[in-house]
Design a protein. Structure first.
Length: 467
């Protein structure tokens, strides 16, 4: 490895777990290299999670700066500093726009860091597009992190430029000429990317952040080359700024940082299931999916009827939870609190993962060689599900009762697909493929692997101080 001297990296994750966790993994990876120090910017309310997550990392190498999250934004509930706690994702844009008010504070702190030794580069979330201006003012290179894969990134960009699909029905299949093997539908994309939303606050936000990204020095992508080489190569040939694959970042989780602790109930429950061999379906939909009560009930019926044991992490609140717990007891365990998802996926009892296909969850499943039952809900998840099921063959796909990629899913489909993943022939096939993918992922993150070398190269080319 090249020796990297005197590099100070500022990390600024967006305020949601799915965007913060991979950046914290990146912090760990950076600190495994000699001569690098890291400063993480966040807000007061997000800081305890970050500090706890970083655990035993050497304090002299990392510091956390807490900014004031703007209060008194009329649309936002007071005290909410993370999208995970928003009452509805319809408040995402006011939330993201509120972060812009932190710019003066951020720039003051950045200036004082610059005078006390300098900042080599800023890696900030794509949703924090305004940090591009701050970086530019201070003459510091900025790299952008979106938390999406090359496949979603490339297809979305190509779609935005190829207008031949505009006007098609939401479920009408079409192809993009450079990717003839893919049968896509407009429903696979957010309206703001598929040409059906061309004005309004969401559209403006996407435009603003995309322009900021185009001015940045590069994209840090949480994926690995061997897995998505066709899409990464295409992206870097056709678009700017350059994308660098440095993941799967979840593999930066180093056990020696973890303190010994009492096992959580979910792990004790999985331990008990060991007697039945690999038999448990893990069910979780990330930190922000909004699922209707009607859909949750239908899911519970399907899970029950599949006769498979399952561990179900449910973020929804209210009476429906008690009802679900009652319905599934005996066969399933319903967990309401935050779990260590990687620890669950790593458990010997776990045989499959019903997932919303948030990119972190999908990668974590692949790295632990657990096949995925993809049930996407929003954002980039529909494309991730296509990548997982159609391109890589490491998972099966749940479709709505009307055959669309979006919409209500009946219990009979849940039952059938769970059985197929856990006991069927197709399940066996994806299990074999996910094992291979897991091995390739681990290789990419070894010191001689593609992702490790790419991160070294990225730091050397972009962040090394010219002194
Ligand atoms: N996660 C976790 N425990 C939970 C819920 C989520 O550890 O109870 C982690 C999960 O492992 C992943 C992240 O939170 O790293 C969620 O990111 P993802 O992209 O999968 O979904 P999002 O929450 O952004 O929709």
């Amino acid at each position: 490895m090249d020796s990297i001297t005197s590099v100070h990296v500022v990390l600024f994750p967006f305020m949601s777990k799915g965007h913060t966790i991979p950046i914290l993994h990146l912090a760990r990876l950076l600190l495994l290299r000699t001569g690098i120090t890291v400063t993480i910017f966040t807000t007061h309310a997000n800081s305890p999670f970050i500090r706890q997550f970083l655990g035993d990392i050497q304090q002299s190498l990392i510091s956390v700066i807490e900014l004031e999250f703007p209060s008194n934004i009329p649309e936002l509930p007071p005290g909410v500093e993370s999208t995970d706690h928003l009452p509805s994702m319809s408040l995402f844009i006011p939330f993201a726009n509120a972060t812009k008010l932190m710019q003066p504070d951020f720039e003051r702190s950045l200036n004082s860091l610059s005078t006390s030794g300098g900042v080599s580069c800023i890696i900030s979330d794509g949703f924090l597009g305004w940090t591009q201006q701050s970086a530019h003012k201070s003459g510091i290179p900025r790299l952008v992190f979106y938390g999406i894969n090359n496949y979603a990134m490339t297809i979305t960009k190509v779609l935005a430029m190829d207008r031949s699909h505009v006007g098609l029905g939401p479920d009408e299949p079409f192809i993009l000429s450079d990717f003839p093997w893919m049968k896509l539908t407009l429903n696979d994309f957010l309206p703001v990317f598929n040409g059906s939303e061309t004005e309004g606050p969401h559209f403006e936000f996407v435009m603003e952040t995309s322009i900021a990204t185009a001015k940045s020095q590069g994209l840090v992508v949480n994926s690995f080359y061997e897995y998505e080489s066709a899409y990464l190569d295409y992206y870097n040939r056709e678009f700017i700024p350059k994308a660098w694959c440095v993941g799967p970042l979840c593999l930066a989780e180093v056990q020696k940082f973890d303190r010994p602790r009492e096992k959580p109930d979910s792990i004790k429950w999985l331990d008990q299931k060991l007697a039945e061999g690999r038999s448990v379906l893990y069910v979780a939909f990330g930190s922000q999916a909004e699922i209707t009560e009607e859909q949750l009930r239908e899911m519970a019926v399907g899970l029950e009827r599949s006769e498979v044991s399952f561990l179900w992490v449910v973020r929804s609140k209210g009476e429906v939870l008690e009802e679900l717990e009652e319905k599934v007891k005996g066969r399933g365990l319903v967990v309401r609190e935050w779990v260590n998802q990687v620890e669950i996926l790593r458990h010997e009892s776990v045989h499959g993962f019903m997932s919303h296909c948030g990119w972190n969850s999908a990668l974590e499943s692949i790295c632990e060689s657990v096949p995925i039952l993809a049930w996407p809900m929003m954002a980039d998840q529909h494309l991730n599900a296509r990548l997982v099921a159609d391109e890589l063959g490491v998972g099966l796909r749940i479709l709505a009762s009307n055959g669309s990629v979006r919409g209500f899913v009946g219990s009979e489909i849940v039952e059938k697909m769970v059985k197929e993943l856990m006991e069927g022939e197709k399940g066996e096939d994806v299990r074999r493929k996910v094992k291979e993918a897991g091995e390739a992922a681990r290789k990419a993150m070894e010191e001689s692997g593609s992702s490790w070398r790419t991160l070294d190269q990225l730091i050397n080319e972009t962040c090394r101080r010219k002194d």
